[in-house]
Each structure stands twice: as C-alpha cells, then as structure tokens.
Design a binder for this molecule. Structure first.
Ligand code: ZN
Ligand code: ZN
Length: 418
C-alpha cells in the first residue's frame, strides 16, 4: 500500500462515529443551554493573526504552526488554536454592536506540528466557547462551571478544576521581575528551552515538563501574591462564585497556559485516571486580545476542549456511549418482477421515514437473509412472485424465526406499529 494518512492524523471510521456523535451532541446541548451560538471560521488565516496574538516566542508559533505561502504569495497558517480566528470574525462583522455578552462556540480542526503521541495529533478537533463583552468575574465562573458540567454530562470523572490568576499587564511586570530574580539563581540547572524562556517568555518557565525544571517551579514565587487591587478582587470574586455553584477547584500556582494573550483567570481540567498529566480542556480571560487585533477594547473569556482527548478518556473510564441504531428492516426479493416491486416499495418506505436496507441483487433467499442478519436488521420483508400476485409481503422476524404476511395496502402504518 503506497499511501497512508499523514503522520499525526487519523481517519475517524464509522465505528468511531458513535463516540464522536455523542460528544458533539452533548457539546451542542450545553452550548444551547448556556446561550452560545455557533460560529465557523476558515481553516486557514493570515499567518500574522497567530504570530501576533498567540505570541512570537510560544512553542505554537516557533515550532508548531503549519504556515505556507499560497500561489499569490500570501502567508497563511492552518488554524493552530480557535480563539484568535473567532476574535478576528467578531471584529470583522461588527459584533461589538450586538447585545452583550456575545457568546460564540465552534467545533473545528486544529493543526499543530507536534510530536505525535497518544492523544496528541497534528490535526485534532476542539469545541471552543468564547464569551465577549463582560469583565466581571461572574463570566469567568460561568465559563468554568459550564466546562465542568460538560465533562460531568459526558460521564467523565475529572480532577478539581485548576485555577490561577496571572494578573493584568500592570501587575504582571512586578511578578515577572520576581520570577526572573528567583530563576536567576537556578538557571544553570534549567533545560535549554527554559534558558530561552527566561529571556523571552519567563511565565512559561513555570509549566516546563522536564523534571529539574518542575522542581525549580515548585519553589517559584506565586503570581497571586503580586496581583494589583483590581486583579485580586477579581480572583476573590471568581473563587466565591465557584463556591456558590459548588465547583471543586484548586489554585495551581504553576498554571500559566501556553498562549500570550491571557490575563487574570487561567484554568485547566484534567481527567481523574491514575498518573494523569494530560489536560482535556482549559481556557482563561483575554481582555486585551480584541484591542490588540484592532477592535475596541472588549473583555473576554473562553474555554476549549480537545475531542480526541475526551474520547480517549471516555474509553479509559468505560463510559457507556449509546450506539447508533441498525436499520430495523431489510427487503429481500426473488424474481425480476418482485425485484422491481421491492425497489419501488423501498423508495416509498424511505420517503415515509422508515430506515431500511434493500437487497440490490437477486441472490438466493438464504443469502439475502444472511446479509440481513449480518447488517443487524430485526426484520426481513420478503417479496416473491406469489406475494406480488396477492399484493402482500412476508414479514420475517429474524431473531425469532417467525413470519407472517402483511398486505401491501397500508404497509407504512403496519411497519410503524411493528
Ligand atoms: Zn492587575
Ligand atoms: Zn525547562
């Protein structure tokens, strides 16, 4: 075989679609309940949309983006995250004039040139929820509560929500100085990536996964201790709101998220299984992003979750996902005249909304009934010359091996009551 799906991508086969449909339906139901409207944005965007918002020094921009020049010479990037495109659309379509908050959700492919491993793909899919136009901590709390309920309703057991506040641009500079002072003493044991981060993106020092760097991060100063008055009030309010809706949470001082545009609240949710290092979803507040993209200042907060990661965890946690129903009826026939009648009957029944499969060739009745059973049908409708003469069909119960005749007259109603 000469061709395979590209490294880090996967085919979603029919048997996988039950899980996908389940997650999609739960996500859409929760979006509706919390007042989110769907938005779809293009798969690729102007490359600068991401380099300028996600951050020039982030792993996403430096190592992971699929950027290419099209035939007209424009630099385009396959969407490496979902928030910046939604913000671009929000500004482009003047959504600031809509009643606030503006709540949008998306279900989209995300592309990152990452090292493929379990649950990490170069193309994966995300549900994302973005809330624009509300600065109050109640908005952060509502988004976190929705994320929490989403996993609960999927049947997933998760750890308490990890939350942190990384402050606003004003108070963050004091924190970054403290962080750099601290790391100056232990930089020689840090990994080479962290040595670069120290100069270009010190906040990211805190979420390096290398063992030595993790040990250093444990003793690092906490962002919440450097918050300005407004940021502190915001964080305290968030904690009060989460308490009011009984969402279990923990303050994680090392949580910073991998994108530059966050301010104040950041959060992540992890599945509960043993040794979990994997995050299934997270988000935070990004009050300066719309302004940075040229829109009027608009506070915003959002959440995104990876569908492939959810599905891996549904399987690990043995969550029973409802299957897709097999067609109940199969139409078998014998002889050319009956074949023509069966073909026409199938079309009539399908137009009446009945799911069924027809035999497309006049093999032996035994072979047709075997086909019906292997497709999972409960009943076979059988038409031969004698049935055609009497204007009836034989309804055969494939599980019990019993059968009876039904007149063609009123067949739709008869089958609906079977
Ligand atoms: Zn602040
Ligand atoms: Zn490191």
């Amino acid at each position: 075989m000469d061709y395979q799906a590209p490294r880090g991508t996967q085919d979603i086969l029919p048997e996988d679609q039950t899980c996908w449909r389940y997650v999609r339906e739960k996500g859409e139901a929760i979006a509706q309940r919390y007042g989110y409207s769907r938005i779809d944005t293009p798969t690729f965007e102007d490359a600068r949309l991401f380099t300028r918002t996600v951050g020039e020094e982030t792993d996403i921009v430096t190592k992971e983006m699929y950027t290419f020049a099209d035939r007209g010479g424009s630099d385009l990037t396959l969407r490496p995250e979902g928030t910046a495109p939604v913000c671009r659309a929000y500004i482009e379509h003047g959504m600031a004039s809509r009643p606030r908050p503006v709540k949008l959700y998306y279900l989209a492919s995300i592309f990152r040139y990452d090292r493929p491993q379990a649950g990490r793909y170069r193309e994966h899919h995300q549900f994302g929820f973005e809330l624009f136009g509300e600065a109050d901590a109640a908005a952060d709390a509502e988004v976190i509560e929705m994320a929490w309920r989403f996993y609960r309703e999927l049947g997933l057991i998760t750890l308490p929500v990890q939350i942190n506040s990384i402050g606003c641009p004003e108070c963050r500079s004091a924190y970054l100085s403290a962080l750099k002072n601290y790391y100056a003493t232990c930089l020689d044991t840090a990994c080479s990536d962290c040595k670069t981060r120290y100069h270009k993106n010190p906040l990211r020092l805190l979420d390096c996964k290398k063992p030595d760097c993790r040990a250093a991060a444990v003793k690092a100063p906490h962002a919440v201790e450097y918050l300005c008055q407004d940021c502190k009030i915001h964080f305290d309010k968030l904690i009060a709101f989460l308490g009011a809706v009984e969402i279990p949470f923990e303050v994680n001082h090392r949580l910073v998220r991998g994108l530059d545009y966050y301010s104040r609240t950041v959060f992540e949710i992890q599945p509960a299984e043993e040794g979990a290092q994997s995050t299934i979803g997270g988000g935070g507040r990004y009050d300066s992003l719309i302004g940075q993209l040229g829109g009027e200042h608009t506070p915003a907060v959002g959440f995104a979750t990876g569908i492939e990661r959810i599905i891996i965890n549904l399987k690990r946690q043995n969550v029973a996902v409802p299957g897709m129903p097999a067609p109940r009826f199969f139409i078998a026939w014998l002889g050319d005249a009956a074949g023509l009648a069966a073909f026409s009957l199938t079309a009539i029944l399908r137009q009446a909304g009945i799911n069924l499969i027809q035999s497309l060739s006049g093999r032996s009745l035994k072979a047709q009934l075997r086909q019906a059973s292997s497709l999972g049908a409960e009943y076979a409708l059988i038409i031969g010359d004698s049935e055609l003469c009497k204007q009836e069909v034989v309804l055969r119960d494939l599980l019990r091996s019993t059968q009876r005749s039904l007149p063609l007259e009123g067949i739709v109603e008869s089958l609906r009551s079977v």
